[in-house]
Design a protein around this ligand. Structure first.
Ligand SMILES: C[S@@+](CC[C@H](N)C(=O)[O-])C[C@H]1O[C@@H](n2cnc3c(N)ncnc32)[C@H](O)[C@@H]1O
Length: 248
């Protein structure tokens, strides 16, 4: 398995099955009169869903392998998605003042390197929006800390692809003052091959809806009512902060 195929598979294992947020993104995109930008689009879980509903989507990510997979899936599915490789803290891939909606699904705003990274992203998103356009950012609800040995582990995420079984097992969550660290043990199993294991840790910045509203207002955006994505058996719920660029 190539490194790119592995990166795509782990992304699909750990993000691909989540569907609880799609209704909200469809709703916001349906109300948007113009291009929709999906930042941190990954392999296109949200972008492809919207494109299949006729939404004009631009997908931004800084991982070339993930965006390439997204592009291939769009072509295979007969839908059109423009992909833009880049760091959303430097730009979101559309001309200034043209986006009707910028979406930041899952925990995108919690992996930008803290307040400074978020501020840079918020400035780019605000510049990309047309007057009246919206920015919607999901944030994971509070995660319960656990450590190895604390009891039964959560259900692993599993995917079978091209004869390889990918198993991603959350093994610990550590809630620290500035970040929440989620540790996973990744296992690749294939008939006749040695099982490979590796460890992956994601650090989610601690932030709040109030922080995002304050930081968004510094970028010239005004708050709209917060939306919620309900928890499921496998995922905590999310709060979605919605900000609007005022009309001129
Ligand atoms: C948790 S995944 C979410 C993927 C997808 N949006 C979904 O909901 O299934 C976060 C994605 O953000 C991308 N990413 C992280 N930092 C980024 C940045 N600064 N600019 C653009 N993309 C970024 C990662 O490569 C990854 O694909």
């Amino acid at each position: 398995v190539s490194r790119d195929a592995e990166a795509v598979a782990w992304h699909d294992v750990e993000c691909g099955e989540y569907t609880a947020d799609l209704a909200l993104w469809r709703d916001l995109a349906g109300a948007a009169d113009g291009p929709v930008v999906d930042v941190g689009a990954g392999t296109g879980r949200v972008a492809l869903d919207l494109a299949a509903r006729g939404v004009d989507v631009v997908a931004v990510d800084l991982e070339p392998a993930l965006l390439a997979a997204l592009g291939e899936r769009a072509t295979a599915g007969g839908v059109s998605v423009r992909t833009e490789l880049g760091d959303a803290r430097r730009g979101v891939g559309v001309a200034p003042g043209t986006a009707a909606l910028v979406l930041a699904p899952m925990q995108f705003v919690q992996i930008l390197g803290g307040r400074r990274g978020r501020a840079a992203f918020l400035r780019c998103a605000a510049a990309a929006l047309r007057p009246g356009g919206r920015l919607a950012m999901a944030m994971a609800g509070a995660l319960d800390a656990f450590a190895p040995g604390d009891g039964p582990l959560p259900r692993p995420d599993v995917l079978e692809r091209d004869g390889v079984r990918y198993v991603s097992q959350p093994v610990a969550i550590a809630v620290e003052p500035c970040v929440t660290k989620i540790e996973r043990l990744r296992r690749m199993e294939a008939a006749g091959a040695r099982t490979r294991t590796s460890r992956d840790v994601i650090a989610l910045d601690q932030t709040s809806a109030a922080d995002l509203v304050r930081e968004g207002s510094a970028a010239g955006l005004v708050p709209e009512p917060v939306r919620e994505i309900p928890a499921t058996d496998d995922h905590v719920g999310s709060v979605v902060v919605v900000l609007r660029k005022p009309e001129d």
